[in-house]
Design a protein around this ligand. Sequence first.
Ligand SMILES: [Zn+2]
Length: 94
Amino acid sequence: MSAVSAFYSVNEIKKPAQDRVHHNNGACPPGRDIPSWERKPGDGGYRLCEDCQKLNREGVKRGAGQLLLSRWGAFSMLHPRLFHLKKVIDFKET
Ligand SMILES: [Zn+2]
């Protein structure tokens, strides 16, 4: 995933306190706009940026969804045969 070590911009201090944020997602657009020489490691005591929060949430969701989908894909490919086999067995038993 695009999770990176927390960082914040040295310019956050120029913003009003409630607007100061840190980032921890490499795909975050405002985070990416911060040049490396303006980055400080850690959260600086600031809250996590909303874009990072969103990306982190979606990243987790997307990751789990893909896993579920691939499992379902494998299962549904197998399932018609199993279902058919079960019907054959049921038929023979009755
Ligand atoms: Zn961010």
